[in-house]
Write a protein that binds this ligand. Structure first.
Ligand SMILES: [Zn+2]
Length: 300
């Protein structure tokens, strides 16, 4: 292939989105379809149809990168840690390569998010970027020198199933997590975690709107959330000392976080001052699909 076209696909729990990037990372085309629920073969077919449609629209062939909820186990070569459970235990990359007639690159969706934001988003130009997804779940990824940090377990940045640090008495033992433990960061910092802490099922945006209108319970829930996020991020800063922490996922839209959390995390960071920036995503909901396209380098 002599094309510079790069297709990125974000395989979400409910929607599958595809983007085609041309030279310089410019968006050429985009498509979005429903994710086939529970069907492995249907998922492969959907991805093949998206790639075929984009290449036909643009009359060019492309490289293909895919962001998935989970990762490929380096030990088995099979998918693990996916909440789209029909992928677990499957040789997804090899089956996709066979279906598409070319090699494909797969990465965790949080890794795709941080790669996009580190490449030409909120972390552009920074030597170290920690990307966080605060959504239905909590995930993370680390980019160093423009490249994703990838270790022998393929879990770099997966802080969501660490325990909430410096827990208060009322935070112990914490809610049961699907991973089998109690009090995981995800159980506090996910969208459902914030809703439960507030005592209902409201979204983060709704809770923030109530707080802005003077509702004391909503404000208290947000302040607890911010204190927990500050504590959880402080442990990451203590280990990798990132220049930028960029937030993604639904709760990254709570604009007050970028003001309140950096004022709180200094208490727990082992430093006289904290120069790390907390930033909203530049590409918003498109970061996952853009980062998937970035899994392949641009070619001349
Ligand atoms: Zn957990």
């Amino acid at each position: 292939m002599t094309t510079t076209l790069r297709i990125g696909i974000d395989l979400g729990g409910t929607k599958t989105e595809a983007i085609a990037l041309g030279e310089g990372g410019t968006e050429r085309a985009r498509r979005r379809v429903a994710t086939p629920q529970g069907s492995y073969d249907g998922t492969i077919r959907t991805i093949r149809e998206l790639v075929t449609a984009l290449e036909s629209d643009l009359a060019a062939s492309a490289s293909v990168g895919i962001g998935i909820p989970g990762t490929i186990s380096p030990q088995t070569g099979l998918i693990k840690n996916a909440n789209s459970t029909w992928l677990i235990g499957k040789p997804f990359d090899r089956d996709l390569a066979a279906a598409l007639g070319r090699p494909v690159r797969l990465a965790n969706d949080a890794d795709c998010f941080v790669l996009s934001e580190a490449s030409d988003g909120a972390g552009a130009g920074a030597a170290t970027v920690f990307g966080v997804i605060l959504g239905t779940g909590v995930g993370g990824g680390i980019v160093v020198g423009g490249r994703l940090l990838a270790g022998p377990n393929a879990i770099a940045g997966e802080w969501g199933h660490n325990p909430l640090p410096w827990p208060k008495d009322a935070e112990r033992p914490g809610a049961r997590c699907y991973c089998g433990k109690n009090g995981c960061i995800e159980t506090f910092l996910s969208g459902p975690g914030l809703a439960r802490d507030h005592g209902g099922t409201l979204s983060g945006a709704d809770i923030a709107a109530l707080a802005a209108a003077g509702d004391a319970d909503a404000l208290a829930a947000l302040e607890r959330y911010e204190d927990r996020l500050a504590r959880a991020l402080a442990t990451v800063i203590n280990i990798i000392d990132p220049e930028v922490v960029v937030l993604g996922g639904g709760l990254s839209k709570l604009t007050r976080l970028y003001d309140t959390v950096p004022r709180l995390w200094g208490r727990h960071v082992f430093s006289d001052a904290v120069a790390t920036r907390l930033a909203p995503p530049v590409h918003g909901d498109s970061s996952g699909v853009r980062g998937a396209a970035w899994l392949w380098p641009a070619r001349a």
